[in-house]
Design a protein around this ligand. Structure first.
Ligand SMILES: Nc1nc2c(ncn2[C@@H]2O[C@H](COP(=O)(O)OP(=O)(O)OP(=O)(O)O)[C@@H](O)[C@H]2O)c(=O)[nH]1
Ligand SMILES: [Mg+2]
Length: 219
């Protein structure tokens, strides 16, 4: 397993770096999706099931960002998808320069859809444009339906919200409608996908959206 040690980018403008990376990815026809969430929300499990379901149709790669370890990248690689682990030198987010470095080390030849599994937390990743074409937030049922009230920026920055672990809805008294309302209040355009990577519930709608966005990116 390839592990790359990254350091904070030293360029003056992360926003300019992000715009440049996005333009290059557009030219290549690779849609990069930045996945943001709390630790343990189910990102790697969701990605694993998504890769298994879509790998016959799309070439998928995953850039796994963590502070330590390579366990997530190993889980993805075991499915036969291209994956690389990057370490963020203790930093709580990925910036555009770090994302570029990770993607270059991984290689994007023939990749239709690349995911960046960002560092797990709901604050810093929302503040840094990574150069991704789409931002997706993952919120798991055990975290509660009040998260839009506490971490509004991430909901505002995201094109889609995946609500994971729907199989556990009843145990946690999660109010899906209330959560939907709160998220839409912050961001009327946000697409919402309630899913369970365990039972498979809702996976089809999420995967259809990924296919549609990947095709639109190539136009
Ligand atoms: N019940 C249930 N558990 C799930 C589901 N998806 C993931 N989990 C569990 O949630 C835990 C964390 O899952 P991961 O996929 O590792 O979460 P992650 O967001 O990648 O975690 P970090 O990378 O450590 O932030 C594991 O114990 C999974 O088995 C789901 O749909 N339903
Ligand atoms: Mg993970």
């Amino acid at each position: 397993m390839k592990v790359i040690e990254l350091h904070r980018s030293v360029t003056a403008s992360n926003d300019a770096d992000a715009e440049a990376l996005r333009a290059e990815l557009k030219k290549k026809g690779t849609l990069l999706i930045n996945l943001m969430s709390s630790p343990g929300s189910g990102k790697t499990t969701l990605l694993s099931r998504t890769i298994q379901d879509l790998k016959a149709e799309l070439k998928i790669a995953v850039l796994e960002a963590d502070i330590e370890s390579a366990v997530d990248a190993e889980r993805i690689e075991a499915l036969g998808a291209r994956a690389i682990q990057v370490h963020t030198d203790g930093m709580c987010h990925m910036d555009a320069g770090m994302t570029r470095e990770g993607l270059e080390a991984m290689g994007l030849e023939e990749i239709d859809l690349a995911f960046l599994e960002n560092v797990g937390n709901l604050i810093c990743p929302a503040e840094y444009d990574t150069g991704a074409g789409r931002n997706v937030m993952i919120l798991s049922v055990p975290e509660g339906d009040d998260k839009p009230l506490k971490y509004p920026l991430m909901f505002q920055k995201s094109d889609a919200l995946v609500i994971t672990k729907m199989d556990a809805l009843d145990y946690f008294g999660f109010d899906l409608e209330q959560c939907r309302k709160r998220a839409k209040h912050l961001n009327p355009d946000i697409e919402i996908f309630p899913v369970s990577a365990k039972s498979g519930q809702g996976m089809n709608e999420w995967e259809e959206w990924l296919k549609k966005e990947t095709a639109a990116w190539k136009e």
